[in-house]
Design a protein around this ligand. Structure first.
Ligand SMILES: O=CC(=O)O
Length: 432
């Protein structure tokens, strides 16, 4: 889960406190979806009534914020293309035909839907009407949209990283602990042997193998485990997510020493409040960290940051966690580093070719070597349970989704009312 550098949000508040609120109470919502025009433009029956700005709503209907949606759908004509219309070829056809009129905003409130048309590249952006002023979306990361090109066309792109920061940081905490305590090893051993497929080993019964796996893990995983306290946590990226990870893993909770590298150094007061030490270069951070966590946006050119060259700069036996983007990591180089002992453990929520997970990393996550074949008491040797793998889950909680919806609507309301957007990411490119 990647995100830029916004101001931190108070814990468990999905939308910033500065968010403007409607001055008058929102009218009741008879049925949320009934406010939405399904992909045809209705002509106002009374020509004297000024037409409301059109918002193109891509993806599922609003689920969590009926009050804000009532305000939103009163202010705007919301058009929601069908799932078939969101497929790229039909989407392009519709844009060319101006099927949705001169819309002013694009609204994608959910993570799991609304991305069916694929990357927002020159082909799609070039077809947008000149009336579009803002694109507000769920999600912290925005590697699926060319935000520079949107900006050059005068369109402000707003992400929802603020709404996801707490969830991602919580998940990162679990992953950091996993790398210090070898949780995949503990979990695989407790359920060993896998029930399916049946083992080819005919000399040991499943019961023997289960006991052996348990005992071996009990002895060896513990001998290779460490408390995070006193170790250096090296954060690459120190926006909302990086800062929340620091707050959770530093003092007084887990007692890790916090170090970070970011393109922009944070103010001294923030560094002091989080006990964070700035490293001007990535190299310097990598050489001092016992656990490196990626919490930075994807590179604009899609190139990895964690490569064979940068892995060679890690401290030997260090740990690595990725809650940002899979494209930031050369996964072959990472697998080599785990096998050679450069890394003691890794935890990856995001993957370079989702939904596919790198097969060598899968093998390392699930393999369990029993004592006669393992080096379980050598922390640096390749061994069982070195890798925790998850399915891009870090940001995914109900609270995050509530915040995605709310923040996206608030961004559109603000921009179309001539106010400042709450969470823009591309202002440096926007001609205004
Ligand atoms: O990866 C998740 C997000 O971008 O929010």
């Amino acid at each position: 889960m990647a995100e830029p550098t916004n101001t931190p949000m108070p814990p468990s508040t999905p939308v910033p406190a500065s968010t403007p609120r409607s001055s008058s109470p929102a009218p009741p919502v008879p049925g949320l979806v009934s406010h939405v025009t399904q992909s045809t433009i209705s002509t106002p029956s009374d020509a004297a009534v000024p037409r409301r700005p059109i918002v193109l709503h891509i993806g599922d209907p609003i689920k969590y914020n009926p009050k804000t949606y009532a305000e939103f759908s009163n202010a705007f004509e919301v058009i929601r293309p069908s799932a078939a219309e969101r497929e790229r070829s039909e989407f392009i056809r519709a844009l060319k035909e101006r099927r949705w009129g001169d819309f002013s905003a694009i609204f994608r409130p959910f993570w799991g839907t609304g991305g069916e048309m694929g990357r927002w590249d020159a082909e799609l952006i070039g077809l947008l009407p000149d009336t579009v002023k803002v694109f507000a979306s769920a999600g912290a990361g925005f590697d699926w949209a060319d935000t520079k090109l949107l900006g050059e066309k005068g369109i402000i792109y707003c992400n929802s990283g603020l709404a996801a920061a707490e969830a991602v940081a919580d998940f990162a905490v679990a992953m950091i602990i996993s790398t210090f305590r070898h949780l995949p090893w503990c979990m695989t051993a407790a359920t060993f042997p896998p029930r399916n497929p049946p083992s080819a080993d005919t000399t040991h019964t499943d019961d023997d193998r289960a006991r052996e796996a348990f005992q071996s893990c009990h002895v060896h995983a513990t001998a290779a485990s460490h408390n995070p306290r006193g170790h250096v946590l090296g954060l690459i990226g120190f926006g909302n997510i990086g800062q929340q990870i620091a707050a959770k893993m530093g003092n007084p909770a887990f007692g890790m020493r916090i170090a970070y590298h970011d393109v922009v150094r944070k103010p001294p007061s923030l560094e002091a409040s989080l006990g964070a030490t700035f490293h001007r270069t990535l190299d310097s951070l990598l050489q001092s960290a016992d656990c490196v966590v990626l919490a930075a946006p994807a590179s604009p050119d899609g190139q990895p940051l964690i490569t064979a060259a940068t892995l060679a700069r890690f401290r030997r036996g260090a740990r690595f966690v990725n809650v940002a983007r899979g494209s930031l990591v050369d996964e072959d180089a990472l697998a080599n580093a785990l096998e050679s002992g450069i890394l003691a453990a890794a935890a990856l929520d995001v993957h370079a070719h989702e939904p596919r997970v790198h097969p060598r990393l899968v093998e390392m996550a699930t393999r369990l070597l029993l004592p006669h074949g393992s080096n379980g008491n050598d922390e640096r040797a390749p061994g069982p349970g070195r890798v925790m793998l998850t399915c891009h889950n870090a940001g995914g909680t109900v609270e995050t989704h509530v915040g995605f919806e709310e923040l996206s609507m608030r961004n559109i309301l603000a921009v179309l009312r001539g106010e400042e957007p709450l969470t823009p990411v591309n202002l440096e490119y926007v001609r205004r």
